[in-house]
Design a binder for this molecule. Structure first.
Ligand SMILES: NC(=O)c1ccc[n+]([C@@H]2O[C@H](COP(=O)([O-])OP(=O)(O)OC[C@H]3O[C@@H](n4cnc5c(N)ncnc54)[C@H](OP(=O)(O)O)[C@@H]3O)[C@@H](O)[C@H]2O)c1
Length: 321
């Protein structure tokens, strides 16, 4: 009999790749999503759909975890109007789902956390409410460890098809220039399909709690990104070096200008700080060993694949100026 898995967050960027990986691996997949969710990335997947708002009706939560072997919790918010929303959804939602899963006799619970729960290099703690909320989610899960198998994955910055966060960067590069922070902080991102493979491995391998950082096993710098995008677009891309403070001001301004419309801005101060002030590297050797996993897609290949997808989706112009 195939293993049964409940996946949350499958209507989002990371979760849709995760759901696809589990369907392709032969799992019986149940997707728990809000009634308001847009299923465009997963409409072709063979999966059962059940209503689930992790901060909503507890009855739906109990029903969603019934009769599954594994829960993969990839739902979460990465931007919010109020700091409290991060804690309510990311921490509170994880706690409620994990408790329901434990009560329903689920064997393993895999939490898609974030490197933000560790914090930037050298900090020793999270640097944002988003990061603290993800750490709190991990702590809730830790309290159930021993009573249910629990695994925590901490992906670094994820990019790839369907991602809207890095789309503006591709568009600017396509137009011939890219604003880059003047500092030399290293980058260690991870391609979405590699994250999905890591989650699959976490569901299968007797890995232990972790937390396991998930990133490509190689560090890059902004010049590598610029060179990569030049190759992808086969045209010059000029790096425009800006002081970190300019990024932070731009993030703050985007947040302030969204406020009167009660909107959640795509770019905000947390993202600006993460991009321009903080370094986010990690040692993935423990993850590779415990999960028998390793990222396969290099930055250059990932940028190429992402740009191709953006073009095919009509998100990126094919025209040359
Ligand atoms: N993107 C990255 O670089 C990155 C890096 C590290 C970790 N992560 C983690 O990966 C996860 C997914 O992030 P993402 O970038 O894919 O974000 P995303 O595209 O915004 O997807 C978020 C998903 O969570 C769902 N969700 C949000 N609130 C929910 C609620 N109350 N109940 C049920 N579902 C809810 C969303 O459903 P709707 O469709 O209804 O909105 C969506 O499916 C998050 O936990 C994030 O912390 C992401």
């Amino acid at each position: 009999m195939p293993e049964r898995v409940l996946i949350t967050g499958a209507t989002g960027f990371v979760g849709s790749h995760v759901a696809q990986a589990f369907v392709e691996a032969g799992y019986e997949v149940r997707i728990g999503a809000r009634a308001s969710s847009d299923p465009r990335w997963i409409s072709d997947l063979y999966a059962e759909h059940v209503p689930l708002d992790v901060s909503g009706d507890p009855e739906n939560t109990s029903r969603a975890v019934r009769n599954v072997d594994t829960v993969v919790h990839a739902a979460g918010i990465t931007r919010a109007k109020r700091a409290g929303d991060y804690y309510a959804v990311n921490a509170g939602g994880a706690r409620r789902l994990a408790v329901a899963a434990f009560r329903a006799g689920v064997r393993r619970f895999v939490l898609v956390s974030s490197l933000a729960a560790r914090g930037p290099d050298g900090r020793g703690h999270p640097a944002s409410d988003y990061g603290w909320s993800k750490l709190e989610a991990e702590r809730h899960l830790r309290s159930l460890d021993g009573r249910m198998e629990t695994v925590v994955l901490r992906p670094a910055a994820v990019y790839g098809p369907r991602d809207t966060d890095l789309l503006p960067l591709f568009r600017l590069a396509r137009a011939g220039w890219l604003p880059v922070p003047s500092g030399a902080a290293p980058l260690q991102p991870v391609y979405a399909e590699d994250v999905a493979r890591a989650v699959l491995a976490a569901a299968r391998e007797p890995a232990g709690f972790g937390p396991f950082p998930v990133a490509e096993n190689r560090r890059y710098g902004w010049p590598d990104v610029v060179a990569g995008l030049r190759k992808v677009f086969r045209r010059p891309v000029r790096a425009v070096r800006l002081p970190a403070a300019a990024f932070v001001l731009a993030g703050r301004a985007a947040e302030r200008s969204a406020r009167p419309f009660s909107a959640v801005p795509l770019f905000d101060e947390r993202r600006a700080r993460d991009l321009a002030l903080n370094a986010w590297t990690c040692d993935v050797s423990r993850t590779e060993k415990a999960l028998g996993w390793g990222a396969r897609v290099t930055l250059l290949e990932g940028l190429e694949r992402t740009a191709t997808w953006y073009r095919q989706a009509g998100w990126l112009s094919m025209k040359t100026r």
